[in-house]
Write a protein that binds this ligand. Structure first.
Ligand code: AMP
Ligand code: MG
Length: 401
C-alpha cells in the first residue's frame, strides 16, 4: 500500500495545466485567469452623480437657503459637453448623468424646492465639495491590474471585466472530462433489471461531480467487461476530452479489463492506497491526457474522485487551491473503527454549534456500497489508523462544498 499523500503527488505530477486561451466572457464563469488582467480605461469613465438632484458649485450654497437659476437638465446617458455651471447657477441632474463643467457637488432633490416652473431652485442646506459625486476612476483606475493571474472568476469578476469592455478573457479553459462506467452487470437508466443486473449509478454521480467542480462533463456511456468495448470507449473519450474518469474494473477480479486496456494505451500506475474506502486506484497519462481509473463501488468512486480526480483536474485548470477545505471538528458521537494500516474517510454530517465549533455525526453505514449515507454526508471525517474517535474528541474533516 502507498500513503495517500504519495498517491496524490503521483496524480498531480501527471496533471499539467491546459494551454490558456481567450474565451468569451459569458463562458468564463469559474475559470482561472492565466495572466494579470489590466484596465485600459477608468471605471466609472467620467465623474457622475450618485443622486437625483441639482449639480451646483458648493461655494454658492454656503449661505443656504439660497436660490439658483436652473440652466438645464442632464439625464443618465446625456452628453454634458454643452453644460457649464457658472456662479449662481444649477443644472438639474439624474443619477448616473455626467457632472457638468463648473459644478463640484450635487444637492439631492429632497433638500431642494423647484421654483418658477423649474426655472430656478431653492437649495435648503449648504453642500460640501464632492457631495454625491462619483469621481472618474473611483472603482478602477486606467492602467491598474484589476485581477491577478490565478483569480477564479465569479459573477462579480465578470461584471468588472464587462465594465472594462473585455469581450474575451485569457483563462485556463474548462477541462472536458469524459466519464465511463464499466461492468457487465450495469444497466443504463430505467427499464427492467435482469437477474444479476444493477443500475449504473456511478456515471450520473461522476458526471454531476465533474459539472459541480466547474468542468465540462462528457458522457461516454457504459462499457461491458470486454477489452474491445472498453478500448473503443476510452479511445473515443481520449479524442474528445482533456481527461477521462472511469469507474470499475481496477481491482484484482478476473474481469477487471480496464487494467489491461489502460496498460496497453499509456503509462499507468496501479496503486493500492492506504485509505478506506477507495483503496484501488489506477492513474496514468495517455498521450498527455490524464486518466483516472476509479474503483467501482459507488462510495469509493466518489471518495476517489474527491481525493484524486478533483485535485488533478483543478490543477489542469489553473486552480491554486487543489483540495477541499479542512476544519477541525468535534465528534458528537463515537466514530469507531479497527486498526488496519489505513486512514478512514468517514461520511459525516458537519454542522456548526452555537459555540461556533464544527461538530460531526456519522451520516449512516460506512460500507463502500452504501451510497445513500454518502449522499446524506456533507463532509468526510479523516479518522487516522487506530480505534477511532470518541465523543468529544476532535477530528480533521474535509468539507465537501
Ligand atoms: P469493480 O470495481 O468493477 O470490481 O466493482 C466493484 C463493485 O462496484 C461491484 O459491486 C460493482 O457491481 C459495483 N459497481 C461498479 N460499477 C458500478 C456502477 N457504475 N454503478 C453502480 N455500481 C457499480
Ligand atoms: Mg466490475
Amino acid at each position: 500500500m502507498i500513503e495517500l499523500g504519495d498517491a496524490q503527488r503521483r496524480v498531480l505530477s501527471g496533471c499539467a495545466p491546459l494551454h490558456p486561451r481567450a474565451v468569451p466572457l459569458a463562458d468564463a464563469l469559474g475559470c482561472v485567469t492565466s495572466v494579470d488582467l489590466r484596465a485600459d480605461e477608468a471605471v466609472p469613465p467620467f465623474a457622475n452623480t450618485a443622486m437625483d438632484g441639482y449639480a451646483v458649485r458648493a461655494q454658492d450654497t454656503a449661505e443656504a437657503p439660497v436660490r439658483l437659476d436652473v440652466t438645464g437638465t442632464l439625464a443618465a446617458g446625456a452628453d454634458a459637453a454643452a453644460f457649464t455651471v457658472g456662479a449662481g447657477k444649477a443644472v438639474r441632474i439624474m443619477t448616473g448623468a455626467p457632472m457638468p463643467a463648473g459644478a463640484d457637488a450635487v444637492v439631492m432633490v429632497e433638500l431642494t424646492r423647484a421654483e418658477d416652473d423649474g426655472r430656478s431652485v431653492t437649495i435648503e442646506k449648504p453642500a460640501q465639495v464632492g457631495d454625491h459625486v462619483r469621481a472618474a476612476g473611483d472603482d478602477i483606475a486606467a492602467g491598474q491590474v484589476v485581477f491577478g493571474a490565478g483569480t477564479t472568476l465569479g459573477p462579480g469578476h465578470l461584471g468588472v471585466l464587462a465594465s472594462l469592455g473585455y469581450a474575451r478573457v485569457p483563462v485556463y479553459p474548462r477541462a472536458r472530462v469524459g466519464v465511463l462506467s464499466t461492468g457487465d452487470e450495469l444497466l443504463d437508466g430505467g427499464g427492467r433489471l435482469r437477474p444479476g443486473q444493477i443500475r449504473d449509478s456511478n456515471r450520473p454521480t461522476l458526471l454531476a461531480l465533474v459539472r459541480q467542480s466547474g468542468f465540462e462533463p462528457v458522457d461516454l456511456g457504459v462499457a461491458p467487461d470486454d477489452e474491445e468495448a472498453i478500448s473503443a470507449a476510452v479511445e473515443r473519450g481520449l479524442e474528445e476530452c482533456d481527461a477521462l474518469v472511469t469507474s470499475g474494473g481496477v481491482s484484482v477480479g478476473d474481469f477487471d479489463h480496464v487494467k489491461a486496456v489502460l496498460d496497453r494505451l499509456g503509462r499507468m500506475h496501479w496503486m493500492q492506497v492506504a485509505i478506506r474506502p477507495a483503496k484501488p486506484l489506477a492513474f496514468g497519462v495517455v498521450g498527455e491526457k490524464p486518466v483516472f481509473g476509479l474503483p467501482g463501488n459507488p462510495v469509493s468512486s466518489m471518495v476517489s474522485y474527491e481525493l484524486f480526480a478533483r485535485p488533478g483536474l483543478r490543477q489542469m485548470t489553473g486552480h491554486r487551491e487543489l483540495f477541499r477545505p479542512e476544519v477541525v471538528a468535534v465528534a458528537d458521537e463515537p466514530l469507531p473503527r479497527r486498526p488496519d494500516g489505513k486512514v478512514h474517510f468517514v461520511r459525516v454530517v458537519c454542522t456548526e454549534g452555537d459555540d461556533g465549533r464544527r461538530r460531526v455525526r456519522s451520516s449512516g453505514g460506512q460500507a463502500s456500497h452504501l451510497l445513500r449515507a454518502m449522499a446524506l454526508a456533507n463532509a468526510l471525517a479523516v479518522v487516522p489508523d487506530g480505534h477511532g474517535v470518541d465523543t468529544g474528541e476532535t477530528v480533521r474533516t474535509l468539507l465537501l462544498g
